[in-house]
Design a protein around this ligand. Structure first.
Ligand SMILES: Cc1cc2nc3c(=O)[nH]c(=O)nc-3n(C[C@H](O)[C@H](O)[C@H](O)COP(=O)(O)OP(=O)(O)OC[C@H]3O[C@@H](n4cnc5c(N)ncnc54)[C@H](O)[C@@H]3O)c2cc1C
Length: 151
């Protein structure tokens, strides 16, 4: 029976490897304790399939989210999170349970609906204020770079 990196190996970019391994071990020990039949190949495959569906596939998708060019839904969520602490908290909480971000983290319409639900106002208002804040930050940075040295 495989556990940890031996069966689910992700890029460490999102710090999910031990998270995944410990969730797998937790499930495995529970299934061992309750098992009355043999610990045969079919049982091992069923336990792994349960681990994959429950946690590992979301952990893998979450890790890959950080590796690939960011998709439009995740981009909108992160922009909104830069303005709305509740959305930022929710995103960081997903490091514990990545599945909580699905399906809307990969679905632009779902992401917009989610932002509107969390903020209680049209998503476009949050999107506009986040983009304005980014532009303001970039402008301030450019002005600082262009400013003559003091002293
Ligand atoms: C750079 C980096 C950063 C990471 N950051 C994070 C993080 O922030 N959060 C997080 O959750 N995860 C992180 N991970 C992933 C995490 O370290 C792994 O997912 C986790 O350690 C996997 O545990 P494991 O027990 O499956 O394997 P391992 O920790 O690799 O343990 C396997 C052990 O088996 C031993 N071994 C190998 N072959 C044999 C043999 N033939 N006989 C006896 N012993 C053997 C090895 O020496 C090793 O001690 C990171 C990984 C890397 C590389």
């Amino acid at each position: 029976m495989g556990i940890g990196d031996a069966v689910v190996l992700n890029d460490p970019i999102a710090g999910q490897g031990s998270n995944c391994a410990s969730k797998g071990v937790h499930l495995l020990t529970a299934r061992i304790a309750e098992r009355e039949g043999p610990f045969d190949a079919a049982w091992m495959e069923a336990v792994f399939a349960e681990h994959w569906e429950r946690d590992a596939r979301w952990i893998t998708a979450f890790s890959n989210l950080f590796l690939e060019p960011i998709g439009p839904a995740a981009q909108e969520i992160l922009l909104a999170a830069s303005r709305v602490p509740a959305l930022a908290d929710e995103f960081f909480e997903a490091f514990n349970n990545p599945q909580d971000l699905w399906p809307w983290i990969e679905d632009p319409k779902g992401a917009r609906r989610h932002i509107a639900e969390r903020t209680g106002r049209p998503w476009i208002a949050t999107a506009a204020s986040a983009r304005f804040a980014v532009l303001r930050g970039k402008l301030a940075q450019a002005l600082r770079r262009g400013a003559p040295a003091v002293g």
